[in-house]
Design a protein around this ligand. Structure first.
Ligand SMILES: NC(=O)c1ccc[n+]([C@@H]2O[C@H](COP(=O)([O-])OP(=O)(O)OC[C@H]3O[C@@H](n4cnc5c(N)ncnc54)[C@H](O)[C@@H]3O)[C@@H](O)[C@H]2O)c1
Length: 482
């Protein structure tokens, strides 16, 4: 039987006022419905924001360790349900069981992490110039937070917004992407069971252009945290800043790995392939450009092609690489493959939808490597969001660094080298929010800031770790001479 989900508003599971629903399907078997959701409208969005606004004062006044206890219990409930959440994530979004299990674990860890953080919240004390004055900085919640999340990390990204927002005493409304909202709704089920007071956290499913837009623009919303495409993100940023709201946007990437002539080529190919083809290339931090020194270029292309060809594609519960999430994402990838061929890149491997019984009607595409790519080709400059790697040949380290930076994005970048000076220069000079040495561009720790440079983020605010706390907190400076 198809699971049926409702909105969670003011502590109750309710149908949308619109009376409409939407369905999700399994990207590995699109004829199979996974779940049914509310296709909500503006009225539902407004009701959720009003519930969050009404719950604001009481939640802000709840001692932070008590808020932490609810987050800890939420983590425990999610941990108890890890297997079923992992299955749901694989069926709805398509990533492999191992990838989905890792993502669910990350969400659990995030709730535990911010639960512990609550004990250290509050502010700080400073010395005052006058003898009778207590001078201190009191950290207060920003208020009501509007959270908008994409489909590609459908539990981790909601978790890394919800947990710090609640830990710091904010109330919130989430509008998750309609493609795979199930695991995000399960977080609210766990929060409810953990004893979160009514109205503190609300979730409304439905189109971002209606529900998300209404939440962001509601006058009772004080902070907006958005993760998704640049196209939508820039619009959201402008709307929210025009209204004087605190806003954070985390957007796309076109992430390079620079391979120098001192690199172990086999290791470099493995690092690049993991970054490029993991989660079917549907990561904002996916490696989509390998920038390779001419002396190791041919050897690298052979090695990365071998890596790509060793990946077994198929349904995510059994194989190494799952399908793309929707038909339109698959078509987008196939379009870019055509663009790259027309631009004159050499198709070194992949490029097709695989054939065979196990693929059925699923949205599969082969891991694809293009060599002989110029850094100004569209395939090297635009985000594909599929398992497609562009390999770019460069003369030396300097031109590699230059190519890495010659792009509008700056989310994650890595270098594979055996030369410490090159590694240091790369870390110092690469224009990227995340810089890694001898590691893939994907994979992030939850307790350090995450965000990009240039078009990849709004730059003012970061997420995760202490940065998550900062975004949802406003400082009040108190001079108390009572
Ligand atoms: N930097 C990061 O942290 C990060 C992480 C994951 C994904 N991403 C990016 O996300 C994109 C893929 O996700 P997507 O396809 O879901 O992105 P998207 O921009 O299409 O959608 C993101 C969210 O915005 C909502 N939305 C759409 N129109 C809206 C509007 N007018 N007002 C308010 N909300 C609206 C959608 O419903 C969805 O919830 C990629 O570009 C990827 O790089 C970035």
């Amino acid at each position: 039987m198809t699971e049926r989900y409702q909105n969670y508003i003011d502590g109750s599971w309710t149908d949308a006022e619109t009376g409409d629903t939407l369905e999700t399907t399994d990207p590995a078997a699109p004829s199979e419905t996974v779940a049914e959701y509310q296709e909500s409208g503006v009225e539902d969005a407004n009701a959720a924001v009003e519930a969050a606004a009404a719950a604001e004062d009481e939640w802000a006044e709840t001692p932070a360790p008590q808020r932490g206890a609810i987050l800890r219990e939420t983590a425990t409930i999610l941990a108890d349900r890890k297997e079923e959440l992992t299955d749901l994530l694989t069926r709805e979004e398509g990533k492999t069981h191992a990838e989905a299990g890792g993502e669910v674990q990350r969400a659990i860890d995030i709730f535990y992490y911010y639960a512990e953080k609550t004990r250290d919240l509050g502010g700080s004390v400073k010395s005052a110039s006058g003898p009778r004055t207590n001078l201190y900085i009191k950290d207060e919640p920003v208020g009501v937070a509007a959270l908008i999340t994409p489909w590609n990390y459908p539990i981790a990204i909601p978790a890394w917004k919800i947990a710090p927002a609640l830990a710091t005493g904010n109330t919130l409304v989430l509008n998750p992407a309609s493609v795979a909202p199930g695991v995000a709704l399960e977080i609210f089920d766990a929060l409810d069971e953990a004893g979160l007071p009514d109205g503190v956290a609300n979730v409304v499913t439905g189109p971002g252009s209606t529900v998300g837009d209404a939440i962001i623009n509601h006058e009772d919303v004080d902070a907006v945290s958005f993760t998704g495409s640049g196209e939508v993100g820039h619009m959201v940023y402008d709307q929210a800043t025009n209204d004087g709201k605190r806003v954070q946007t985390e957007l796309g990437g076109k992430n390079p790995t620079v391979v120098t002539d001192s690199a172990d080529v086999e290791e470099a190919a493995e690092i690049v392939a993991n970054g490029a083809f993991g989660v079917t290339g549907q990561a904002c931090t996916a490696c989509s450009r390998a920038i390779v020194h001419t002396d190791v270029y041919d050897e690298f292309v052979d090695a990365v092609v071998a890596q790509a060809e060793s990946i077994e594609i198929g349904p995510g519960d059994e194989y190494d690489m799952g399908p793309q999430v929707t038909e339109s994402e698959l078509e987008g990838t196939l379009d870019y493959i055509e663009v790259a061929e027309n631009e004159g890149a050499t198709l070194a491997t992949g490029g097709n939808e695989p054939e065979g019984d196990r693929f059925g009607e699923g949205y599969y595409v082969e891991p694809t490597v293009f060599s002989d790519v110029d850094n100004d080709f569209r395939i090297a400059q635009e985000e594909v969001f599929g398992p497609v790697l562009a390999v770019i040949e460069v003369e030396d380290f300097e031109s590699g660094l230059e190519a890495a930076n010659d792009i509008d994005y700056g989310l994650s970048a890595s270098i594979v080298t055996d030369d410490h000076t090159e590694a240091e220069r790369f870390v110092d000079e690469v224009e990227s929010g995340v810089a890694k040495v001898n590691d893939k561009t994907t994979g992030l720790e939850l307790h350090v800031p995450f965000g990009g440079f240039k078009q990849s983020s709004s730059e003012t605010w970061r997420e995760q770790g202490d940065a998550g706390i900062d975004f949802y907190t406003i400082e009040k400076t108190v001079y108390d001479s009572f």
